[in-house]
Design a protein around this ligand. Sequence first.
Ligand SMILES: [Cu+2]
Length: 679
Amino acid sequence: MFKFLAKKSRFFWVSTVFFYSFSSLGFSNDEDVLVDPVVLTIPKPSVGIETLLSTRDPIQPIPANDGASLLQVIPGFSVVRKGGVGGDAVFRGLAGSRLNFILDGMEFLGGCGLRLDPPTAYIFPETYDSAKLIKGPQTVRYGNGNSAGVVLFDRSAKKVNGLRAESAVTAGSWGRKDLLAVIEYGSGLMSFEGDFSHGESDDYKDGNGDEVHSAYERDSGSMVFGLQPADDFNVEFDVIVSEAESSNSDRNVDGSLFDRTSFGVLLEKGGDSSKLSLRAYTTAIDHIMDNFNRRTTTNCGSGTDNRCVLMNVARQTDGMRIGLALHVGESAAVNIGADAKQDRHTSRNFMNKSRAVASAFDSAARIKDFESEMVGAFLEVDLTVSENAHVISGVRTDYWNSSRFQNVGNTNTQSLFLGDDDQSLVSGFMRLEITDPNRIVNGYVGYGISERPMDYWEATTFNGITAGDVVNIQPERNHQFDVGINISSENFSSNVSLFFSDIDDYMLTVDAATDSVTNVQVERWGGEIDMRYDVSSYSSLFGSVSYVSADNETDNTPLAQTPPLELQLGLDHSVNEWSFGFLARYVDTQTRIDAGKGTVVGFDRATATPSFYTLAVNAGFEINSQSYFSVGVDNLLDEDYFEHINRTNSSAITGFITDNTIGVKEPGMTLWLKAGIEF
Ligand SMILES: [Cu+2]
């Protein structure tokens, strides 16, 4: 308890001192309106293969305070719910190492063997400026394995002149409180950005009025310090420190510690015609899960009440990326580069101990149980074939190796080598893109191949590598066609993105006494359609459809963990400073299931997932060009439901729902208010 208070005050004092020291300095009179009261329910159609989100817009339904939840506003995304925060983002049914997250050029994985902490659990969305999704295997610049796509969370160096600050507060049902504070300073020679964020919530109640074990508390602080000694030379240093704890409904332990510490450096030399960049970073993740700090477990106490469990896992990731962007002649833009990362995972586990023994975890050694290296090189070329037609293509090769060790008998005293594997991998793509702002119809068509090795979870939790140096799975290879059509006329716009994919050696996980993973042949197709029609200059109607069909052709079954058909329909209306919105969401039943099979983030249950619909309303008010507030009611009809893409509810939490045949329930009717101000 005291440790917790001490931690909280550390962040509180840092942020307070931070703000007061700057508030006396006088702010710039930047006229740009960066705050936007209009509540985002479906992102506006974008031209091309990318979808861009502003991370600071009010969003409905109100996202949890993490990266996965923010992305859920993009049609095609689902989130595997584990509690109130820290869900796993899934795009078109693919997650984990099939969907890369690059945070300010950093790539790292969480520590938890059961994915309590996907990389997005360490993202405090508002402390970044934007999130960009590139769909499909249609880029090779951002690491290995983005077969579903890649998501880039970035802090754009805003190049402010003078001082600028921004703050936002959010309050909502179930004790939800978020605070964001951003300060930026820029002169010709130097720049600074500091971000602080806090998020917390109590246990929420589902539509049936039952409490869901889901409370959380999160804090983060980050700083970027930049120097521009010359017009064509930029140096940045960055630091991120974050901590969190969360209750979880889908398992027998809670996350009582999620600590991240990252340091990075960026060097950029050159201008528009050619630019050399170097990014180097190091990230340390420290995570504890246990069954007594945030819940009551029977027979977990002192002496012979030795049913206490505590696992402390950690991962150290070091990486770098070097790139050269240059124009060759009039028509070719080339990106060539290389990246490398290595990570080392340790654990110290206390299984079925007394509370005193488990709580003394800090005196045990951390035992290495996994290490991995990946080195890659890429070439991507954007060729202008006519004024508005581009052919973009790329090729990438990676070398990967990993070794698995065992913390022998969970004694935390020795590490036993089990086995290793190494692979050389090749990925590539080619895409024709028509992007002419004067045309009504634009679009792209592309083909890509992405190849990835087993990840940490497939190698260890699911035993891809086992004792005696046995390697049980082959790398997975996705072949995918991507087609997109964008229509935009005076009062109508629409975006259609379709994909057709064959995956060789898809790594299918199997839930059993000893979890395993096996290679199968998979065929998938689907996509998203969104549209917007301006009924008048004040009102717009909009909607979206997303659907994926996926089959496991080896076993002649549906592919497990495939999201069902989803429809959204909404209305926006704005009058002067006010905006109003309405959103209806319908999610179909999912009967195409394969019980006990899935991915590293979830398994199908034995029964079909029921359909559901939700309604939500919102309003926004622009107080002046620098401040706003928005209010919303999510799940207006208090619908009692859970999503198909889900881990199964745990039955073991005293005082909570005990039905472990259903998924973790979503929140019931939720009220929220968000206010933002810019100086
Ligand atoms: Cu964990």
